[in-house]
Design a protein around this ligand. Structure first.
Ligand SMILES: Cc1cc2nc3c(=O)[nH]c(=O)nc-3n(C[C@H](O)[C@H](O)[C@H](O)COP(=O)(O)OP(=O)(O)OC[C@H]3O[C@@H](n4cnc5c(N)ncnc54)[C@H](O)[C@@H]3O)c2cc1C
Length: 418
């Protein structure tokens, strides 16, 4: 804290412990005993780590702490860390956002965007080694989809690749932007195509190591909203990827890309929910203690009604996220034969939910700042950092309009069945 202006008699109550008390009151009725135990475990971890976080340092110094507890991701079973599955992942993301929303952003990029493909498509010893290093938090991962001229239009990738003559390597010439974790990353889950005229049929998904032969440059972009996360302009010139690191060859990369977007979006819902609950809880605590005109500010309808409205919307969004995650676990992740119907529903709901929650987190943090007043834009509380991160959550994983485009496409198909 650069300069403390908040009164101690308020600050002493603005704790993560109290945030979790408010969260538990609202989410525990939606959870079973195993899930509640997992929340208690996460809360203990977060409360212990919170005072040790140095906000002058990048988030990456904290990765090994997450790795020790199996908190780099929880969709897939890694070692014997349980519970696992999408519901566990949403709970993990929610808690880590309350702890440190920038750490959560970087964790999601490394653990889910880069890590999840190692579980879903990894078959070689080399990929399992990458997986262990990422999950231990000892190495950092990222994903390279977005290019300078291909943002929302992620299919029509312009980065190219070719096979070496002896077919032992795929050689990448790629340029990517907005690579979250890129400047610090050891591994890059990166997409390129053999033929730009046929991206769907020739897309490749590869796990690129910084150590591979060729030139791999990562120049850091300045993104003031999340100063403790490094985001790159990534350039790969003649990078030689051994075939053991190819996760999806010759068109399989395309299906892997789209299969990966669903867990990514459900995971982002968890991160967004954490931002909503932490911000709201701090606002509830603060407004119950801060006095103006001789009254607690929560007593003024302008403040109290607004927080009540945000609580109702956050509870609704939480129910949606939990339900979507449970359905994903039941019908896709743990199902012997996932049905096409379930896959379609989950794909649709992941876009609806990602749109709704990330939009709510940006709206909620903005509104809370209006209700809390000046203190909330200083570094005296976590609210400003939560607010800044919420703006990024709305862009990553497909910007707001792209979620709406996907939802609109589903609506347009109704015309065909009438
Ligand atoms: C901080 C940050 C971190 C990111 N991290 C990663 C990462 O780790 N890896 C990665 O690959 N990418 C990452 N991204 C990229 C992110 O996914 C893209 O920014 C996003 O997909 C949008 O692409 P764009 O910015 O090029 O916008 P554009 O695609 O150029 O879109 C510009 C505007 O037009 C709208 N638009 C475009 N097409 C349509 C349409 N058909 N209908 C309606 N509206 C449309 C968009 O919604 C947007 O408002 C990150 C971005 C940011 C800002």
């Amino acid at each position: 804290m650069q300069e403390k202006i908040i009164r101690d008699k308020i600050l002493e109550y603005m704790t993560l412990e109290n945030v979790f008390k408010i969260v538990n009151d609202n989410i525990f009725p939606l959870l079973n005993e195993e899930e509640k135990d997992f929340c208690h475990e996460l809360q203990e971890f977060c409360i212990e780590l919170h005072p040790k976080i140095d906000k002058n340092k990048d988030v990456y110094v904290l990765f090994p702490e997450l790795g020790k507890r199996g908190y780099i991701q929880r969709i897939n079973l890694w070692r014997d860390f349980k519970p696992y599955g999408m519901k566990a992942e949403v709970l993990l993301a929610t808690h880590l956002s309350c702890l440190d929303s920038q750490l959560e952003l970087a964790r999601l990029a490394s653990g889910i965007l880069c890590g999840n493909p190692t579980f879903q498509h990894g078959e070689t010893e080399e990929i399992f080694k990458v997986q262990n290093e990422l999950m231990e938090g000892k190495k950092i991962g990222c994903i390279g989809i977005t290019e300078r001229d291909r943002g929302s239009d992620a299919v029509n990738i312009l980065s190219t690749c070719r096979k070496s003559e002896d077919k032992s390597h795929v050689i990448y010439n790629a340029e990517k932007i907005f690579t979250t974790n890129g400047p610090k990353a050891d591994y890059f889950a990166t997409y390129a195509v053999y033929n730009t005229a046929n991206p769907r049929g020739t897309m490749v998904q590869a796990m690129v190591s910084r150590d591979f032969k060729g030139e791999l440059i990562t120049n850091r972009l300045k993104i003031p909203y999340v100063p403790r996360v490094h985001i790159a302009h990534t350039i790969m010139n003649e990078v030689e990827i051994p075939i053991e690191y190819i996760l999806g060859d010759n068109g399989k990369g395309y299906t892997n890309l789209f299969d990966g977007l669903v867990p990514e979006r459900l995971g982002i819902m968890g991160s967004g929910l954490g931002i909503c609950w932490a911000t709201l809880a701090y606002a509830i605590i603060y407004s119950n203690l801060r006095e103006q005109f001789g009254r607690k500010i929560i007593d003024f309808q302008g403040v109290g009604f607004s927080l009540a409205d945000l609580l109702a919307r956050t509870s609704a969004a939480t129910t949606l996220a939990f339900q979507a995650a449970s359905e994903y676990d039941k019908n896709i992740l743990f199902a012997e034969h996932p049905s096409k119907e379930a896959e379609k529903w989950i794909a649709g709901i992941s876009s609806q939910g990602k749109y709704l929650v990330s939009n709510l987190s940006a709206d909620l943090t903005y509104t809370v700042q209006q209700q809390m007043g000046g203190i909330s834009v200083t570094d005296n509380t976590d609210v400003q950092e939560l607010s800044s991160t919420s703006y990024i959550e709305e862009v990553i994983g497909g910007a707001r309009n792209i979620q709406l485009l996907i939802i609109q496409n589903a609506l347009r198909r109704i015309g065909k069945i009438l």
